[in-house]
Ligand binder design. Structure first.
Ligand code: NDP
Length: 287
């Protein structure tokens, strides 16, 4: 089965769009997402446009703030503090990666945790790793949603996650564990990766290393979630971390690139923005 995220994401976004008028009626305004883009990296430009388009589709307010690549860390921090204080802003997202002269962890930690729609703030991640309520990082959240929608049973399965970033690998491993999978996390220092990946009943790959996973590295019937995105320098096309054509015949379920996990990431972002909005509105009501 080729597991496309497009249809599922479209359904979830339609559900959000249907809820927005009720939220407006109840709270007097719609959720507001602010996206900050530093510089003009083409891939980041396209992600930012995708976020604006999805916001428009579901009916939330999106403000994209574009700043030149020379923007200093202090200027960016000052902008974030201003947005943190702005009562009419519910979600703040700084498009990554940032230019080298800006320290990413400093920026991510400056965003108010209650407006951290990406779920990257250290306090959100700490809560996730402690299995406490938090804003879930978008891509891992979308992956679990996709697996459930495809009726893939996770409980008791041997899952292997290749990649250990705080954006994808580690949170997805935690969420799989929450579903009672037994999880192995592999990374760039893993010795004999193939030996590990062949044990996987569910394989999530998030390395950014094109076609890292070949057919000899998976067992029959495996469920493959390909998160990686790279661009083929010859064709300019997007490719995943999995050699799709050769792995697909062995897999019971596999996600394509593009069109697999990507749409679910944006749809989780829309959900997180609404969640932050509702949490803030409830907080205001109670105090
Ligand atoms: P990072 O670069 O932060 O992390 C990559 C991880 O892959 C690291 O843990 C690294 O190991 C590991 N790795 C790299 N090379 C190998 C290798 N040869 N064998 C085993 N492990 C390896 O990337 P992200 O986690 O942020 O993103 C991963 C990919 O997912 C990227 O292609 C990104 O574009 C894509 N992505 C896609 C999204 C979507 O919506 N579809 C959303 C977010 C990301 P180590 O820790 O040892 O360095």
């Amino acid at each position: 089965m080729i597991l496309s995220g497009k249809e599922l994401a479209a359904n979830i976004k339609a559900g959000i769009a249907a809820d927005i008028p009720h939220l407006k009626e109840k709270y007097g305004r719609v959720p507001h997402l602010v996206v900050i883009l530093i510089g003009n990296d083409p891939a980041s430009e396209s992600y930012v446009r995708g976020k604006a388009k999805a916001s428009e589709l579901v009916g939330i307010t999106n403000t994209t703030i574009r700043k030149p690549v020379e923007t200093t860390e202090e200027e960016l921090l000052s902008l974030i503090y201003q947005l943190n204080r702005d009562d009419k802003v519910d979600g703040i997202l700084v498009q990554l990666p940032l230019p080298d002269h800006i320290n990413e962890p400093t920026i991510v930690a400056a965003i108010s945790p209650e407006k951290d729609v990406d779920g990257f703030h250290p306090l959100n991640l700490a809560a996730l790793y402690q299995n406490r309520p938090c804003i879930l990082p978008c891509t891992p959240k979308g992956i679990i949603r996709m697996l459930k929608a495809a009726n893939v049973s996770i409980e008791g399965k041997r899952a292997v996650v290749v990649g250990r970033s705080n954006i994808v690998g580690m949170p997805v491993a935690r969420l799989l564990m929450n579903e009672n999978a037994t999880v192995t996390i592999a990374h760039s220092h893993t010795v004999n990766l193939a030996e590990i990946t062949r044990q996987a009943e569910i394989l999530v790959v998030a390395t950014g290393h094109a076609h890292l996973i070949t057919e000899d590295m998976v067992s029959d019937g495996v469920v493959v979630i390909d998160v990686g995105i790279s661009r083929n320098p010859q064709t300019g096309k997007l490719v995943g971390d999995v050699d799709f054509d050769n792995v697909a015949p062995k897999a019971s379920v596999i996600t394509p690139v593009p069109g697999g996990v990507g749409p679910m990431t944006i749809c989780s972002l829309m959900e997180n923005t609404v969640e932050c909005f509702i949490n803030r509105m409830k907080f205001k009501k109670n105090y």
